[in-house]
Unconditional design. Structure first.
Length: 225
């Protein structure tokens, strides 16, 4: 016969025994560790060199698309595989659109020059992943994410999508060509084994406009074609 469980009847078993010493130690250790991780979140946002704070704004996806088309019309220098190739002047705002399943347009940037790279999506979430660097950003419809970037390594780089976005996800590749700085010798053959550094400025995280993402040296051997 199954017993009826009720708050009026003392339950059977030993659940109410006092916690043993080991259990208390482990609960304490877990709690302290939780608090450390909790504190690390705001701390790392301010101190972490890998968190470039972007310039963020909400944007209507179709308005963003119009802005991208204007950007393409202003600075288009060619076409590659049906995608316009755009060479914006140094210091300008650069617009990149993600959509199923394309990065639009292809970009030509200059080494050592700064740009504000705007990222947004026309349809669903995509992931901006610059190969072969460890640069990853969510590309979200309705949000314009402006990153201050200074490419400091010339080369032919690929963007892949690292957020699953449907049947054509694996085909969603884009291109950023970084031209060597004028007057400088080409650095197209860098030493292997160098790493990426994303450098935030020393400015407080609350002033997003002064932060910076720097694309540092890396070997291009791992480029995804
Ligand atoms: Cu876009 Cu996956």
């Amino acid at each position: 016969m199954e017993e009826l469980h009720s708050a009026l009847v003392a339950p059977q078993g030993v659940w109410w025994k006092r916690a043993g010493k080991q259990e208390k130690v482990w609960v304490t250790v877990s709690f302290v560790w939780c608090m450390i991780l909790f504190a690390m979140m705001p701390l790392w946002h301010i101190k972490g060199g890998q968190n470039p704070s972007g310039i963020r704004a909400t944007v209507d996806p179709t308005a963003y698309q119009r802005r991208v088309e204007q950007f393409v019309a202003d600075y288009k220098t060619g076409t590659e595989a049906g995608v316009p190739v755009v060479s914006p002047p140094p210091g300008s705002d650069v617009y990149l659109l993600a959509r199923m399943w394309q990065w639009y347009p292809a970009l030509v940037l200059e080494e050592g020059k700064s740009y504000v790279l705007h990222l947004s999506s026309l349809d669903i979430n995509h992931g901006f992943n610059l190969q072969p660097f460890n640069v990853n950003f969510q590309v979200v419809p309705g949000y314009d994410y402006g990153l201050r970037i200074t490419p400091n390594q010339s080369g032919d780089y690929r963007i892949i999508c690292n957020e699953f976005c449907g049947i054509g996800h694996h085909l969603m590749t884009g291109k950023i060509l970084v031209k060597p700085a004028l007057g400088a010798t080409s650095s197209a053959a860098p030493a292997a084994g160098t790493a990426l550094a994303l450098v935030s400025s020393a400015a407080p995280a609350a002033t997003f406009a002064s932060s910076e993402a720097r694309l540092a040296q890396a070997a291009p051997q791992g480029v995804v074609q």
